[in-house]
Design a protein around this ligand. Structure first.
Ligand code: HEM
Ligand SMILES: *[C@@H]1O[C@H](CO)[C@@H](O)[C@H](O)[C@H]1NC(C)=O
Ligand SMILES: *[C@@H]1O[C@H](CO)[C@@H](O)[C@H](O)[C@H]1NC(C)=O
Ligand SMILES: *[C@@H]1O[C@H](CO)[C@@H](O)[C@H](O)[C@H]1NC(C)=O
Length: 362
């Protein structure tokens, strides 16, 4: 059997680029941006740290949008408008945006060089980036967001320490159901943390962040047994594998009756995970925008390289008894168990692959 590492490596191969469509005229600049960022931002089309950070940034720009605040007569933010870059000195200091200044400043010169709006650039970079990940989606990309924005109000970006009620209410305000939030959290399959426990930067969330695979949805449901770093930090829950990190919010959303069955469904249905994520990202990327006023440049987004991901498994050393089965209406799916000694995971940006790869069943 092909190992996860080989599959992930295969996806580094340059993705096929779709031919320009009739609308290519107004999209032409985006082909130049594509070549530039694949080479110079994403290290030649990898699914690495800058991709993960760029994907996170699509959310942190867009979710600054609150119809509730507008209804109260206040400014509720402009959504996916680039304000996090235009007013970085304000927004990157919001607590929930910890660490995001890095990617904002890394992206900014690319947006300026190509003279595209900050709002467009942020969503484009996220879409191109995640297409580099094995098993990743090909997201929609609409261009034409205004470059003029105002700073988002604080406290609109969810915190990992927030209760589910608070997170669901905030997401509902922005137009997302619990099911749609679960779909958005497929992004955490290609994620690591630096700032919740700063003593262990680069610690992956409940899966190996080189592939946009379903493993995250399994491992988050394992009963927590350990803290990978220096103990309990605000916004952290116990994870189940040495070297893996679990957000308090991911832990709780996986187990909530409003979201648990959606969560579980992605374990055995990667196509559903990808299509749900693709649909909800189209919504996220146009929060606060009028989509019909934008130009569809989706044809510029690379077609992800075909990747046959292995089915999700129980990590070596774990059994069904270690799973927190939180979806009452559907039995937990039958999964194979990885062979070998108990799995442990190294910080992603040092050794990117699961250490037990040596011992997977073939
Ligand atoms: C309930 C909602 C969410 C919460 C509470 C949350 C929280 C977090 C936190 C605390 C981190 C770690 C940051 C660090 O320490 O460096 C993180 C990382 C990340 N998040 Fe989220 N997140 C949420 C939703 C989303 C959404 C909707 C997306 C994208 C669509 C997203 C994409 C990412 C990615 C890709 C990373 C990894 C960044 C990296 O590896 O550098 N998150 N998230
Ligand atoms: C967008 O606005 C920033 C200032 O916030 C400016 O530096 C940049 O040149 C603008 N880009 C375009 C394409 O107008
Ligand atoms: C950059 O974009 C702005 C806004 O679209 C436009 O007014 C300006 O002429 C452009 N500058 C260059 C050098 O193309
Ligand atoms: C872990 O380290 C962080 C940062 O140095 C510190 O704030 C926190 O209190 C530590 N936690 C424990 C449980 O030692």
């Amino acid at each position: 059997m092909l190992s996860k590492a080989l599959i992930a490596l295969a996806a580094f191969a340059v993705a096929v680029r779709a031919a320009p469509s009739a609308a290519a005229g107004s999209c032409a600049v985006w082909f130049e941006v594509l070549d530039d960022i694949q080479a110079n931002l994403f290290d030649g089309g990898e699914c690495g740290e800058e991709v993960h950070e760029s994907l996170r940034l699509t959310f942190h720009d867009a979710i600054g949008f609150s119809p509730k605040l507008f209804a109260e007569g206040k400014f509720g933010g402009g959504g996916a408008d680039g304000s996090i870059m235009a007013f970085a000195e304000i927004e990157t200091n919001f607590h929930a945006n910890g660490g995001i200044d890095d990617i904002v400043e890394t992206q900014r010169p690319f947006a300026l060089k190509h003279n595209v709006s900050f709002g467009d650039f942020i969503q484009f970079a996220g879409a191109v980036g995640v297409s580099n990940c094995a098993g990743g989606p090909r997201l929609q990309f609409l261009a034409g967001r205004s470059n003029f924005s105002s700073p988002s109000p604080d406290l609109l970006v969810p915190e990992p320490s927030d209760s589910n009620d608070k997170i669901f209410a905030r997401m509902a305000d922005a137009g997302f159901s619990p099911a749609e939030l679960v779909a958005l959290l497929a992004s955490h399959s290609v994620a690591a943390q630096d700032h919740v426990d700063p003593t262990i930067p680069g610690t992956p969330f409940d899966s190996t962040p080189s592939a946009f695979d379903s493993q995250f949805f399994v491992e988050t449901l394992l009963k927590g047994t350990l803290f990978p770093g220096n103990g309990s930090n605000v916004g952290e829950s116990k994870s189940a594998l040495e070297g893996e990190f679990r957000l308090f919010s991911d832990n709780n959303i996986a187990r909530d009756s409003r979201s648990a069955c959606h969560w579980q469904a992605f374990i055995t249905d990667h196509d559903l995970m990808v299509s749900s994520f693709t649909n909800v990202m189209a919504k996220l990327a146009t929060l606060g925008q009028e989509p019909s006023a934008l130009t569809d440049c989706s044809n510029v987004i690379p077609v992800p390289a075909p990747a046959k991901l292995p089915p999700a498994t129980l990590p070596a050393g774990k059994t069904l008894a270690d799973i927190h089965h939180a979806c009452d209406s559907v039995p937990f799916p039958a999964l194979d168990t990885d062979a070998g000694p108990a799995t442990s995971v190294a910080p992603v940006y040092v050794i990117p692959f699961r250490l037990s790869l040596c011992c997977r069943a073939s």
